[in-house]
Every structure is written in structure tokens, then in C-alpha cells.
Design a protein around this ligand. Structure first.
Ligand SMILES: *[C@@H]1O[C@H](CO)[C@@H](O)[C@H](O)[C@H]1NC(C)=O
Ligand SMILES: *[C@@H]1O[C@H](CO)[C@@H](O)[C@H](O)[C@H]1NC(C)=O
Ligand SMILES: *[C@@H]1O[C@H](CO)[C@@H](O)[C@H](O)[C@H]1NC(C)=O
Length: 491
């Protein structure tokens, strides 16, 4: 039975969607990828494994906007000017898409998106191109600026430099091309809706696939110091692109791989390499951070790190870490631009993909030295957040890094927030109020609630076993008018 109110609402919904025709719920994907016979044989996949992998690839490709970085012209590198002696210095803006069409994205209503290309450096100091997104709030927060007498008129919006966790290893894995910017409401949506401008670097190698000389830009996976430079250079270039809209003050925040990157940002700012950014820097939140690259699942970490390691150490060969099966599967991962879900299908099968003697190679230690965040000088304050039930980033590992870092930097401010019983990404959901408050306090210029090296503990309100412990799948894309019946009240 319809009430008058319902009828009015239905009329309003129809009015917002001029096309009244509806299409049946799509159970298919916006992708029809299938492995070739040669690929299946070379990687020794069973028919079932091949079928599963096809499904995973098609799901992932369906999450990409405009066909993803390999099809979207935005990611094609603009040529260098003919008179240029070489690539411009790190932090230079190469392209600004001021208003990215939000239609294919699943970003929240009344947020807006921009994307940029810019320059950064890889581990060896070579200048490479990279991409980033900017997610804009509808209502920007206003904070009293330093010396402004309580008003921030003209200062520009407060910024959070958001560093994402593992999205993949190849060009297609750029969060700026993902319908939900990869982390969705775990952080970037939440931050924008709380009134912050979110600057989200993709990290070099994710997004732009080729440099000016035609060489591949490879993602230096887990090298926190390199991705931290990608992040700080993204901030520089975003300010160049949107002069006046961003204030000088910012907080860095990241999770998992990006927790290590955020921590790396705090370390990079301890020197004067980014002296231009230091005056506006307010602090860093590193959630579930990678501080010991090889503490993770070896069947994941060794192929993910190994497949790019020759860009840093030219003598390295993948067969030093992986079995011939592991090498063949990794070659396939590259051919299909695979990410985490594809890796699950290829590496977690119970077959031997990792060599038992991998740790004997010099490379593991040398890489860990370069990659791991922590145990170094950093510019505080730093809030480290960790759940005790995290299987990707073990609680004991983060605790050890925090302890060593505090011993090495006794004068610095590091708060270690331990959440009892939460898993990897859900630790961000559990602590949302804490980190939003922490960020607000920094912009408000309030003194730290807990200065020095301190530990805090968070217990759930109800017994932890009664909570939804993990996220569910990404929502199906429903942005086209013919799917409007999937959106309550046309929202
Ligand atoms: C579906 O995929 C095609 C081919 O990759 C792409 O061009 C198109 O933009 C995608 N559709 C949506 C709605 O993203
Ligand atoms: C990069 O730097 C490392 C460490 O300094 C060095 O061993 C390696 O040869 C360099 N790689 C390239 C490709 O220049
Ligand atoms: C963590 O939660 C569990 C289960 O609710 C409880 O038994 C335990 O005492 C808690 N640990 C701490 C350190 O409070």
C-alpha cells in the first residue's frame, strides 16, 4: 500500500533518473578475459585453477574505471619539451585533470575527484613519472591557522596525505583508477567526508607504466623510503596544480604497505630533503605498518618483492628465491597484471613456489635494510595503530619495531595504540574516532594528549567476538541510469 509520501518519493526518484528503463541485475563482469592455452600450460594450472583465475581477473578488471590505466588516456605520459635536458625535478606537475568525471567511480555523494601526473624518484634516484588522486570534501574543515587569531580565512583546506596499502604491483593497480579508490570508507572516503582534502599517491609503477625513454616504470614494492618520496612529491605537485585550494598544513596517514610508507614520510621529513614541506607538517599516523618485509606470508612476499628486485640490485634473479614453478607463476602474474587476489590463486595452492634456502641469499638482508620503516630518526609526532589479531602484520613485529624506535629516539613522541582482537584493515574501522580526533587535534594545535613514547590500549565496547570481524565484498557498480533501482531513494 502506497502512502502519499511514498508516491512523492517514487516520483522524485523517477525524476532524478530521466531514463526510466531498467536493466536486469548484471551477474556478469565488465571484462571477458580468458587465459590462453599456452599460459595455462606454462604455469602448470589445472582447469579448475584456470577457471578460478579467470573469474578473479574479470572481477578485478570490472572494478577499474574507464578500462583502467592501460586504456585511460589520462595515464599516457606527456612528452618532455624538446628543449629539456632531461626529466624535470621530483615534485613537478606533469598533468592535472582538475575535474575527473565521477560517474564511473563509486565515491560518496558530494565528494569530487581530481587526478595528477607528476615526477618522483625511485630507490636509485632516477626521476620517474607517477600518478595520484585528490579527493575533495564538499565542506572543507576550517581550523585556526598559526598566528591567524582564530581564523583561517584564505589558508586553504586542511590536507591528509593518504598512503594506501597493497593494491597490486603493476600499472592496473593504481587506486586512482579503482572505482572505490581501493580503500573506500576504510580511510579516504571517511577523511574527505570529515572535511579534509585527501591527496592519494598511487606510488611509482602503479598507474603510469612507461617512462619517457620507453623503459618500464616498476613498482618498488614495500620500499617505504621510495614510496614515501612518491607521497611527498605528490603533495608538492598537488599544491602546484591547485594553488590556493590546499593549505600548507598536512597530516600523513597510511595503512599496511602504506603504514610503512607513512612512517617513511616521517623519516624522510627528519632530514631537510623536503624542507619546503616541513613547516606545514603536523604528524603521521602509521596503521598496521610494514616494518619487517619478510614477516609476512613468504609465498606472497618473495614473488612480490622478487619480481622487481633487479631494478634495485641488477644481479638478482627470481630463481634465487623461487622454484621453477614459482618463477613460471610469477611470469603469468605479470602477463595478467595480477594483484593480491590473483596471487592467492597462483601461490597459495600448497605447491612449492618458494625455495627453502632463499634466506641464504644476500639480497633478502640488503632489501630489508632498504625497505623497512622504523628504528630510524623520524619527525614526530607519530601515532602507530595495530590490531592484535592481524595476520598480515603480526602484532609482535610492530611491537618490537615500536620498542626499538623508542629506544633510538627517546626524546620523540610516539604513541602506540593497540587494539585488542581486531584484524588487518578492520583495525582502521575500529579506531576511526581516535584517528579523526588525533588529526583534528593536530590542526587545532592542541598539545599531545600523551607525549613521549607511550602505549595505549583500546578494548571493544561489547565483547570483541560479537562484532563483524572483516569487511565484505566491494559493492557492485550501479552508477548507470538503468541500474538506478538498486539505489535506495536514488542516492
Ligand atoms: C567497461 O570496460 C570497458 C573496456 O575496458 C571500458 O572502456 C569501460 O569504460 C568500462 N565501463 C565502465 C562503466 O567503467
Ligand atoms: C641501485 O643501487 C644499488 C644500491 O646502491 C646498487 O647496488 C645497484 O647497482 C643500483 N641499480 C641500478 C639499476 O643502478
Ligand atoms: C582481549 O580480549 C580478550 C577477549 O575478549 C580478553 O580475554 C583479553 O583479556 C583481552 N586482552 C587484554 C590485554 O585486555
Amino acid at each position: 500500500m502506497y502512502t502519499m509520501r511514498t508516491l512523492l518519493l517514487l516520483t522524485a526518484v523517477a525524476g532524478t533518473n530521466a531514463q526510466a528503463t531498467v536493466a536486469p541485475q548484471s551477474t556478469g563482469f565488465n571484462s571477458s578475459f580468458a587465459l590462453s592455452r599456452a599460459q595455462i600450460e606454462k604455469a602448470s594450472l589445472s582447469e579448475d585453477m584456470a577457471a578460478s583465475l579467470n573469474t578473479v581477473v574479470n572481477f578485478d578488471r570490472s572494478q577499474l574505471t574507464n578500462g583502467g590505466p592501460r586504456e585511460d588516456a589520462f595515464y599516457t605520459l606527456p612528452p618532455l619539451s624538446p628543449n629539456a635536458a632531461g626529466p624535470p625535478p621530483p615534485g613537478t606537475l606533469l598533468r592535472a585533470q582538475r575535474f575527473t568525471d565521477p560517474a564511473p567511480f563509486a565515491i560518496p555523494p558530494n565528494t569530487a575527484l581530481s587526478r595528477i601526473l607528476y615526477t618522483t624518484t625511485n630507490t636509485n634516484g632516477t626521476v620517474v613519472p607517477a600518478s595520484a588522486f585528490v579527493l575533495w570534501p564538499f565542506e572543507a574543515r576550517r581550523f585556526p591557522g598559526p598566528g591567524s587569531g582564530g581564523h583561517s580565512a584564505g589558508e586553504g583546506a586542511p590536507t591528509v596525505l593518504w598512503t594506501h596499502g597493497t593494491s597490486g604491483f603493476f600499472a592496473s593497480a593504481a587506486p586512482s583508477a579503482h572505482r572505490a579508490l581501493w580503500y573506500a570508507d576504510a580511510a579516504p572516503f571517511t577523511l574527505a567526508q570529515a572535511g579534509y582534502v585527501v591527496v592519494g599517491p598511487d606510488y611509482a609503477g602503479l598507474g603510469v607504466s612507461e617512462s619517457w625513454d620507453g623503459s618500464a616504470v616498476r613498482h618498488e614494492y614495500l620500499v617505504s623510503s621510495a614510496s614515501a618520496r612518491d607521497a611527498l612529491n605528490a603533495l608538492r605537485a598537488t599544491r602546484e596544480a591547485f594553488a590556493g585550494l590546499l593549505g600548507p598544513r598536512f597530516v600523513a596517514m597510511g595503512h599496511s604497505q602504506g603504514g610503512g610508507v607513512a612512517w617513511g614520510v616521517a623519516e624522510a621529513l627528519a632530514s631537510d630533503e623536503f624542507a619546503d614541506l616541513i613547516p606545514g607538517y603536523l604528524g603521521t599516523i602509521a596503521a598496521s605498518p610494514t616494518t619487517d618485509a619478510f614477516s609476512g606470508v613468504p609465498e606472497f612476499i618473495l614473488p612480490w618483492v622478487g619480481m622487481m628486485l633487479d631494478t634495485i640490485f641488477p644481479g638478482f634473479e627470481l630463481s634465487q628465491w623461487l622454484t621453477p614453478l614459482g618463477v613460471a607463476r610469477t611470469e603469468l602474474l605479470g602477463e595478467i597484471d595480477g594483484g593480491i587476489a590473483e596471487s592467492q590463486q597462483l601461490y597459495l595452492t600448497g605447491e612449492a613456489v618458494v625455495r627453502e634456502d632463499y634466506w641464504d641469499t644476500w639480497y633478502a638482508d640488503a632489501y630489508a635494510e632498504l625497505a623497512n620503516a622504523g628504528r630510524k630518526p623520524f619527525r614526530g609526532p607519530l601515532l602507530v595503530v595495530q590490531g592484535t589479531a592481524d595476520v598480515y602484520i603480526p602484532y609482535d613485529i610492530t611491537s618490537a619495531t615500536v620498542q626499538d624506535t623508542c629506544e633510538a629516539n627517546p626524546e620523540n613522541d610516539l604513541e602506540y595504540l593497540v587494539v585488542n582482537g581486531t584484524q588487518h584493515v578492520p583495525t582502521l574501522h575500529a579506531t576511526r574516532q581516535t584517528w579523526l580526533q588525533w588529526i583534528e587535534d593536530r590542526f587545532e594545535g592542541r598539545p599531545l594528549a600523551k607525549p613521549g613514547c607511550v602505549r595505549s590500549d583500546l578494548e571493544s565496547f561489547l565483547p570483541v567476538e560479537h562484532y563483524q570481524s572483516t569487511g565484505k565484498s566491494f559493492p557492485q557498480w550501479a552508477g548507470a541510469p538503468e541500474y538506478s533501482y538498486e539505489l535506495p531513494l536514488g542516492l
